[in-house]
Design a protein around this ligand. Structure first.
Ligand code: NI
Length: 257
């Protein structure tokens, strides 16, 4: 099987000791391509290191994560811009709004999100959206800035069928499903069952949200196989077929993959 992990942070500290092994293990398990979204400027050297070591397998996105939006967000976005210019990025992200942990910087989060959407438009790149407890705020901004060229992924989707419909109605967006779909009490399996496969892409969000049967352990891209198998089971198709459809969807968003 050949799968694309559309969201994996294999460059963070949890992988300091074995990140090359982790990438090689993913490749050996059929995860042929991995998109590494940014968090803040401190991680950029580690991101670039992986892309240089694995140019056919690791692809970069740069962006300021909403939970990292602080007073210095303008400077951080300037660093994002510089790397969009100098590196072969496949997307802007992850960007968005997160009101779960902290609402202190809600206005700055909104401004940073809008500015980074404009960067994506300027560089003609898709966006990777992080949204937590802020679906209405994010939707309002997407609706305001949407046009026929804007595209991207609502990553780590855990919403309702109605929210999935809103995402689909924007036109250029896919829905990222991760290990939460394997969690017994999450109920995401029932929502995924209702969403047409042409709207879905797969992700691990490593090192977080490890799927069953690896739940509670450090997540890594090789675990994408469990997420693919679970969604194939929900949709009553073969994992191979699921892989083909979701890879096509991912390539539609990430034109450079
Ligand atoms: Ni992420």
């Amino acid at each position: 099987m050949n799968l694309i992990d559309t969201h994996t942070h294999l460059y963070v500290n949890e992988f300091d000791k074995d990140k090359y092994e982790v990438v090689n293990n993913a490749i050996e398990n059929g995860i042929s391509k991995m998109v590494l979204p940014g968090i803040n400027s401190s991680y950029i050297p580690a991101q670039i290191d992986l892309a240089e070591k694995f140019p056919a397998h690791c692809f970069l996105a740069f962006g300021l994560h909403p939970s990292d939006v602080k007073e210095n967000f303008e400077e951080e976005i300037q660093v994002v811009r510089e790397h969009l210019q100098s590196e072969n990025a496949v997307a802007v992200g992850e960007i968005g709004i997160d009101l779960y942990w902290d609402k202190t910087y809600i206005e700055q989060q909104k401004t940073a999100f809008e500015k980074q959407i404009l960067l994506a438009k300027e560089f003609n790149l898709p966006i990777i959206i992080h949204v937590r407890e802020a679906f209405d705020e994010v939707s309002e901004i997407i609706d305001k800035l949407n046009d026929e060229n804007l595209s991207g992924i609502f990553h780590s989707f855990t919403g309702t069928p109605e929210q999935a419909d809103i995402i689909i109605s924007f036109g250029g967006f896919k829905i990222g499903i991760n290990g939460i779909v394997t969690f017994k009490n999450a109920g995401l399996d029932k929502v995924v069952k209702e969403i047409d496969l042409k709207h879905l892409v797969l992700e691990t969000d490593s090192p977080y949200l490890s799927p069953v049967p690896k739940r509670g352990k450090r997540n890594e891209s090789a675990h994408l196989i469990y997420i693919a198998e679970k969604i194939a089971e929900i949709k009553d198709i073969s994992a191979e077929e699921l892989a083909n459809i979701t890879n096509t969807n991912a390539k539609k968003i990430f034109g450079k993959l």
